[in-house]
Ligand binder design. Structure first.
Ligand code: 6GU
Length: 228
């Protein structure tokens, strides 16, 4: 999977993709994340990426031209499954969307900005608008990083034990069960006996019951939905 991230603040997220699982996915050739600076695609001498809004409202608006130049260049190089725009008024990102989109070959994520972008970009160049939750961020960079992380980690082979991505919270509309490691007793705080029993079937059943109980208590809304 290749993800092209288009931003006016590349330094905000570059470091993130050089760490941990994202770096491992890159190294293994399973994911390629390419961050582009929109400013590099301006053609005026001041390299302006924004301008005053028509109609005289407050604030500035991101210009069409550099973004169109960049998207047009990328599209001439390969086919993109989706051109995503990050914005608080988009469809809310969730595990179901991540699962569906992780099947994509090539994605563009255009990072929105609190100033807003010329609406014609959204009308003519964007195929999907995504929000990561009901709160406002100053820019879409963190949202793009959140989306890319949740996509890349479910690509088969990225996490060494594939099972561990499948047993995540939300993967089957259930929260994950508790996990423990050595020592079996610490300051008198004991690991549940069943986990030390070596009885595989009983352990799986205990985990499922724990998942169910935690979901009912903490996120009952997940059990009411029609499933992922
Ligand atoms: Cl995708 N962008 C911004 N600016 N704020 C957000 C968001 C995105 N998702 C939630 N809040």
């Amino acid at each position: 999977m290749r993800i092209d991230i288009l931003t006016v603040l590349p330094e905000m997220i570059e470091g993130f993709f050089d760490c941990s699982i994202m770096a491992r996915a890159k190294k293994k050739g399973l994911a390629e994340i390419v961050i582009h600076n929109i400013r590099d695609y301006t053609t005026d001498k001041h390299h302006r990426t924004d301008d005053y809004p028509f109609g005289g409202c407050a604030g500035m608006v991101m210009k069409i031209e550099p973004i169109d130049n960049l998207i047009t260049k990328l599209k001439s190089e390969r086919h993109y499954d989706e051109v995503i725009f990050t914005t608080p008024d988009g469809e809310q990102w969730n595990q179901k969307m991540a699962n569906t989109m992780s099947m994509c070959e090539n994605l563009i994520i255009l990072c929105g900005h609190f100033k807003g972008i010329d609406y014609r970009i959204r009308e003519h160049l964007i195929t999907k608008e995504v929000s990561i939750g009901d709160y406002v961020l100053t820019g879409g960079e963190l949202a793009a990083a959140v989306m890319a992380d949740s996509l890349v980690r479910i690509i088969p082979g990225v996490i060494s034990d594939e099972q561990s991505a499948l047993s995540d919270s939300f993967q089957d509309n259930l929260l994950a069960p508790p996990v423990y490691t050595r020592p079996a007793e610490y300051k008198g705080w004991r690991v549940p006996d069943v986990l030390l029993s070596g009885h595989e079937a009983k352990i799986r059943d205990w985990e499922f019951q724990q998942s169910l109980e935690r979901t009912k208590r903490l996120r009952p809304d997940l059990l009411e939905g029609d499933g992922i």
